[in-house]
Write a protein that binds this ligand. Structure first.
Ligand code: ATR
Length: 285
């Protein structure tokens, strides 16, 4: 709660390598404008070999930034170089949000909160079940496994083509998390109330396997963290088979909320106009 949060005109960034396709400047720019705040938020590309220097300039104040977002490939290093990563970051070994407070560089990871807030907004009651299936065990699955566990699911089944990667995550996230090879998918789906695609299958017009969702509980929710296209082949199949679906765009929008609040001092709202703005941008590119 340093004075900096109250000061108008804060500067924030999103950094990655590459970063030019990031939609974060559009999201934060929308909030700055609609809230009438004079701050700025911009994409700032930093090559991997320059990242440690960038963090140094952040900490000593010479960069002029109040904080920012970090994406691929810098999330692990951001966690390691921050002065005060929170518990969520420690367990994930990665951070996506940084902010300075009295000269101390704090770090958290907001992907899991974004995932949960999206489901809360678009399908209240999604969490009434005890069993979830997470399809995929890449970097993007971690924050989701953590968030679903912390929300209170009793059994989380990770299914992955490379079962060793699923096992690593089961070890990391504790006794409620189980690892399975792809062949076990139908079996572990039996009676589950939540199915989350975290693989890249179906992204950007790529093909996706034909999946049979019918073993899930009849009122299960199927969601996908891929949001290009908005209705991924996996979501389309689930919908055709009669299941409720939630697309992944809201995760991107909601994960941005905590950072904005830290840097600019106001809690922004994910509204229909913001969603429409991003959808229009997706169609234009
Ligand atoms: P990210 O960090 O974005 O999650 P990633 O670490 O490359 O990306 O993980 C991609 C996920 O999609 C993994 O679970 C990957 O399975 P493997 O761990 O076996 O590689 C999954 N995936 C990608 N292409 C796939 C395919 N053709 N069939 C099955 N799973 C696939």
């Amino acid at each position: 709660m340093g004075d900096s949060r109250e000061t108008f005109g804060q500067k924030a960034f999103v950094t990655g390598f590459p970063i030019k396709h990031s939609r974060s400047p559009l999201i934060h720019g929308y909030w700055l404008k609609t809230l009438g705040l004079p701050g700025s938020y911009r994409a700032h590309e930093v090559a991997p070999e320059a990242f440690a220097d960038f963090i140094r300039s952040l900490k000593d104040g010479s960069s002029g930034f109040a904080g920012g977002n970090v994406t691929i490939p810098h999330k692990e290093l951001a966690f390691r170089l921050a002065d005060k990563p929170d518990e969520l970051s420690h367990e994930l070994g990665a951070s996506n949000t940084l902010w300075l407070d009295d000269g101390i560089l704090h770090a958290t990871n907001t992907d899991g909160r974004g995932f949960i807030a999206n489901l809360d907004e678009r399908h209240p009651g999604w969490d009434r079940h005890e069993t979830a299936v997470v399809f995929g065990a890449g970097g993007a699955s971690r924050a989701i496994i953590q968030a679903v566990r912390d929300r209170g699911f009793r059994e989380i089944h990770i299914v992955n083509r490379t079962v060793e990667r699923a096992r690593e995550l089961a070890d990391r996230f504790g006794p409620k998390v189980y690892a399975h090879p792809a062949a076990a998918l139908a079996e572990v789906m039996k009676g589950a109330g939540l199915f989350i695609n975290t693989t890249s299958l179906g992204m950007d017009g790529e093909p996706a396997p034909q999946l049979d969702f019918t073993p899930l509980s009849a009122d299960a929710v199927v969601t996908d963290i891929v949001y290009v296209p908005l209705k991924t082949p996996i979501l389309a199949q689930a919908e055709e088979q009669g299941f409720s679906i939630v697309d992944g765009l809201g995760m991107l929008l909601h994960q941005a909320v905590p950072g904005f609040e830290k840097w600019f001092g106001r809690r922004p709202v994910v509204d229909a106009a913001l969603r429409a703005l991003i959808i229009a941008d997706m169609k234009a590119h």
